[in-house]
Design a protein around this ligand. Structure first.
Ligand code: SF4
Length: 95
């Protein structure tokens, strides 16, 4: 854990979030799971939009490359990887 992670983890511990109060398998959907909603990441994405710390969670996921699985801050891993690439490209272009 880096020092940057501490405020977010504290925020999570002090906040009632959908991923803590509902079945967490929805946030780590497996396309091979035969049971809805555990095979559809968009279900978790929808619940994230009701979360009071959605923006902080998305930022945490984008900036922490150790995160490789799941839905975070209303973003799928596909979204998160796209945003990481955009930021990296922007850094390169800024020199
Ligand atoms: S935004 Fe983050 S903390 Fe909130 S429900 Fe989604 S994954 Fe959980």
């Amino acid at each position: 854990m880096t020092a940057v992670d501490m405020p977010f983890l504290r925020l999570v511990s002090e906040t009632v979030t959908p991923c803590k109060t509902m079945d967490s398998r929805m946030w780590f959907a497996d396309p091979d799971d035969a049971e809805e909603p555990f095979n559809n990441p968009q279900v978790a994405v929808g619940y994230c939009h009701d979360c009071p710390i959605m923006l902080q969670c998305a930022e945490h996921a984008i900036t922490n490359k150790s995160i490789t699985h799941g839905v975070w801050g209303g973003l799928t891993m596909l979204d998160i990887r796209r945003l990481r690439r955009k930021r990296n490209l922007a850094k390169v272009q800024q020199g």
